[in-house]
Write a protein that binds this ligand. Sequence first.
Ligand SMILES: [Zn+2]
Ligand SMILES: [Zn+2]
Length: 260
Amino acid sequence: MQLIFLGTGTSQGVPMIAQNADAPIDMANPKNWRTRSSVHVVMDGLHIQVDAAQEMRLQCIREKIPAIDLFILTHGHADHILGMDDLRRYCDLKGGSALPVYSTVEALERVRAIFPYAVREKPISNGYPAFSLHEMPARMELEQGTIEATPLPHGQVETIGLVFTEKSSGARLAYYTDCAEITPVAEELARGADVAVLDALRPREHPTHMNTAKALAAAERIKAKNTFFTHMTYDIDYESSSKSLPTNVYYAWDGLRIDI
Ligand SMILES: [Zn+2]
Ligand SMILES: [Zn+2]
């Protein structure tokens, strides 16, 4: 299984527009330039895209993403949904068939509201997107492995937490972005995974995201072999903030690739 971090930033990106020059982050370090969060997972050749940030096109060009077979929207917030129009290129590459889109009932409503022209079995014409919408099941059985889903609290909405298990290798990856906490069910599902990716917004508390301390506590309970933090603000400076992380816990960065 391969995990590619397309983006690792919070909803405003890093740096944000008109960021204070005295923000405690070294913008000379490319690892501190964060586009909005999403990941691409390759499970035994199957290309799964999780979320589509505003920078979707630039991310896919940068990482040379050749195909998307399956799209999962974790929740309907702007920084995860607004890049979905760019999925049209992958519809073209599939020969004009609809891309399967999985999400919550609530987030699928947002897809219908924002991209009404794309909710159809065939694109309007070449160059248009087409999405076939499906409610995310608790467990998706695929030829290449399984994808398990569990709801995570995120303020007014629920985010889908995802655990991927590749059939051929047994590799396990948990992707838990945008959540105020990890539920006991989610914790159990991810326990002992090879890689866990956790929302870790910033050191200060936030009502709908885990801060660094909560993410560290969750990492400690989940006990993945390696844990990567994502969805960070400009309060996290890669070099200096990494020094206070325990062994096997890391800040992810845009373009980081992990073979699991
Ligand atoms: Zn977000
Ligand atoms: Zn969100």
